[in-house]
Write a protein that binds this ligand. Structure first.
Ligand code: AMP
Length: 170
C-alpha cells in the first residue's frame, strides 16, 4: 500500500511557506490507518519495550494503538498546563515557532525501555526535547518512530543518538 498517497499537502498552513502534511486523510481510511499502525508495530515486535511515549496531539492517535498492540503502557507528553500532577517541562523550537511540553514526573521508572512516537518528523526539535525529558526521568530510549519524515529538514541529525524509523519519507 502506498501510504504516501493518503497524506494531503496543505500549502501555507499554518504560516506562509510551510507545506503542512495532513495525516487526517490517512487516519480516516480504515485500511491505510491499520497498515500504518501494523507497520510501526512490526518494527518493534521483537524488542522488549515497557512504554510508548506519544507527543500531543497526533502522536496520541498513532502512539496509543502502537502501545496497545505491543502490550506497553502509554505515556502522554502534553502541551503546557494540561497535565494535573507534578511535571517536568521543556521549551523547544518547532519548524514554525516554539512551544513548551510537559510530562508527568512519575510517568517513567528508572530503566524503563521507551519508544517515542509522533506523526511527523520535521526539524526534530520536538522529539529531541521529548527524548531529553524521558532520559531526565531515567528512561532508556530504544527508538523514535514516525509515520512521516520530511527528509529535507534533516530531523534525523538532531536525533543521531537514537534509532529513527519512519514509514513515509517526503
Ligand atoms: P519538529 O519539531 O520540527 O520535528 O516538528 C514536529 C512536530 O510538529 C510534529 O508534532 C508535527 O506534527 C508538527 N509539524 C511540523 N512540521 C509539520 C508539517 N510540515 N506538517 C505537519 N506537521 C508538522
Amino acid at each position: 500500500m502506498d501510504l504516501a498517497s493518503y497524506i494531503r499537502n496543505i500549502p501555507d498552513f499554518p504560516r506562509p511557506g510551510i507545506q503542512f502534511k495532513d495525516v487526517t486523510t490517512l487516519l480516516k481510511e480504515k485500511d491505510a490507518f491499520r497498515v500504518a499502525i501494523d507497520q510501526l508495530v512490526e518494527i518493534f515486535r521483537k524488542e522488549s519495550l515497557d512504554l510508548v511515549v506519544g507527543i500531543e496531539a497526533r502522536g496520541f492517535i498513532v502512539g496509543a494503538p502502537v502501545a496497545y498492540l505491543l502490550h506497553c503502557g502509554f505515556v502522554p507528553v502534553r502541551k503546557k498546563g494540561k497535565l494535573p500532577a507534578a511535571t517536568l517541562a521543556k521549551t523547544y523550537t518547532l519548524e514554525y515557532g516554539s512551544a513548551t511540553l510537559e510530562i508527568h514526573r512519575d510517568a517513567i521508572t528508572r530503566g524503563q525501555r521507551v519508544l517515542v512516537v509522533d506523526d511527523l518528523l520535521a526539524t526534530g526539535g520536538t522529539t529531541k526535547a521529548v527524548c531529553e525529558m524521558v532520559e531526565e526521568l531515567g528512561g532508556n530510549i530504544v527508538a523514535v518512530s514516525f509515520v512521516i519524515e520530511l527528509e529535507a529538514l534533516r530531523g534525523r541529525d538532531k536525533l543521531s543518538r537514537y534509532p529513527v524509523y519512519s514509514l513515509v519519507k517526503l
